[in-house]
Design a protein around this ligand. Structure first.
Ligand code: HAM
Length: 422
């Protein structure tokens, strides 16, 4: 029969890679715990309306990229293209605004977007993200930004730049919108058909268009930072002050508008030049009042999401290995039926004590088993044959430095192994 392949734009994370992912996820979870963010898990699919309302009707994500289908009950559902909208829905629906505020959530999730696949751009991808509700002060914006900055520093990624902008509030944007329309109307016929539509519905989206011609037209477009009201201007200045106090370098880029509609005031992206065209590793911003779109009372909100595949590509490009080196503490090589039984008993006791221990399942030669132990990155090996059984002791070999030590079976425990395998 013909082979079946994985759908375009998806990828298998095989066991030889999953150790790196687990390590990255562990670092992320620890950092979130340090900051007081707790994990939130929401459904992989939502009513389509969640994303139409949340992400915005005119965004590329909603108009072109969603995996939307009717379920057997005739409801329109969508695989989440991002995490924020579903979390805002959950925040309102579960009355989480009644719990301690600010509420701080993080997530490690799969997302789905029907995009043209390329390096760092998939149809199924993974995000690590944060959402924080109930805190309007600029100290919050800087604190949220500091978490990915600290993550990158912690793993040794030094070449990312933080691009920062403020896209103001409704009032600033209304004035900016007029200025943008006046600017683009002059060259309307040069714009791509999508941008011509955007001109009426959402002219800021034109600044985000990937077409070179549209980018050319947009070159001298007015900048949002020149249209900020006093409050938004002050907010932005304070965010910058806090970032400076934190020692986080940034560049103001007034052209960052973000691809999703829910943002106001602070928006930011961490960008790299080392992983090809898809260099935005992490993006986010403030989305005050988004709870209202889900029938809740207004609450300030802010967050970001980082693409895990892009993060892994960055680590690879920088030669940083997060892999856990050790496949197991001890690989037991039993020779003969009695030895197999003893291996099972001994391994059971060591597993109960918390050690990572495996034994051979295939009855292969010592040489073949040694080779296997090496492949699975066993820290130590020990042959268990008739003579070891008779003596009640075995010789444990440290695979890294070749050091050997004889130990009585009755004395072999997880603590001894931990010490010997270092
Ligand atoms: P976003 O900029 O659409 O924001 O996505 C965040 C990150 O997800 C991107 O910077 C990128 O690393 C990764 N990403 C997006 N699309 C793909 C793809 N097709 N393949 C691989 N990686 C991808 C959001 O999703 C917002 N929800 C972030 C946010 C949270 N804002 C506030 N809170």
């Amino acid at each position: 029969m013909a082979q079946i392949t994985a759908p375009k734009g998806t990828q298998d994370i095989l066991p030889k890679e999953s150790g790196k992912w687990q390590k990255a996820e562990r670092i992320i979870r620890e950092l979130c715990a340090q900051y007081g963010f707790k994990e939130i898990r929401t459904p992989v699919f939502e009513h389509t309306e969640v994303f139409v309302r949340g992400v915005g009707e005119t965004t590329d994500v909603v108009t072109k990229e969603m995996y939307t289908f009717e379920d057997k009950g005739g409801r329109s559902v969508t695989l989440r293209p991002e995490g924020t909208a579903g979390i805002v829905r959950a925040f309102v629906e579960n009355g989480l605004f009644n719990e301690a505020l600010p509420a701080k959530y993080y997530y490690l999730i799969q997302c789905f977007r029907y995009e043209k696949p390329q390096k760092g751009r998939l149809r199924e991808f993974h995000q690590f993200g944060l959402e924080l509700f109930g805190a309007p002060d600029p100290i919050t914006d800087a604190t949220v930004i500091s978490l990915p900055a600290r993550l990158f520093k912690k793993v040794g990624l030094n070449n990312l730049s933080l691009e920062l902008n403020s896209i103001g509030c409704k009032e600033c944007r209304a004035k900016y919108r007029e200025a943008l329309i006046a600017y683009f109307e002059k060259d309307q016929e040069k714009l791509c058909p999508t941008c011509r539509e955007r001109l009426e519905k959402n002219p800021m989206r034109i600044l985000d268009c990937k077409s070179e011609i549209c980018q050319g037209v947009a070159k001298d477009a007015p900048l949002i930072t020149d249209y900020l009201c006093t409050d938004c201007h002050d907010h932005f200045e304070q965010v910058k002050d806090y970032l400076q106090i934190m020692g986080i370098e940034y560049q103001v880029n007034p052209r960052i508008v973000r691809g999703l509609d829910y943002y106001n005031r602070t928006v930011f992206e961490f960008v790299s030049t080392e992983i090809g065209a898809q260099g935005t590793v992490c993006g986010g911003g403030r989305y005050d009042g988004m709870t209202e779109q889900f029938g809740g009372a207004p609450q300030p909100g802010i967050g970001f999401a980082m693409g895990m595949e892009r993060f892994m590509l960055l680590l690879e490009a920088a030669g940083i290995t997060l892999e856990e080196e050790r496949g197991c503490d001890l690989f037991l090589i039993p020779m003969g039926e009695n030895a197999k039984k003893e291996a099972v008993r001994l391994t059971g006791a060591l597993l109960d004590q918390g050690a990572k221990v495996q034994y051979d399942l295939l009855g292969r030669s010592v040489k073949a088993q040694m080779k296997y132990a090496d492949k699975i990155k066993a820290a130590c090996t020990a042959v268990l044959g008739d003579s070891e059984l008779e003596e009640g002791a075995l010789t444990v070999k440290n695979m890294a430095d070749g050091k050997q030590e004889k130990i009585a079976l009755s004395e072999l425990n997880a603590e001894w192994l931990e010490e010997f395998c270092k």
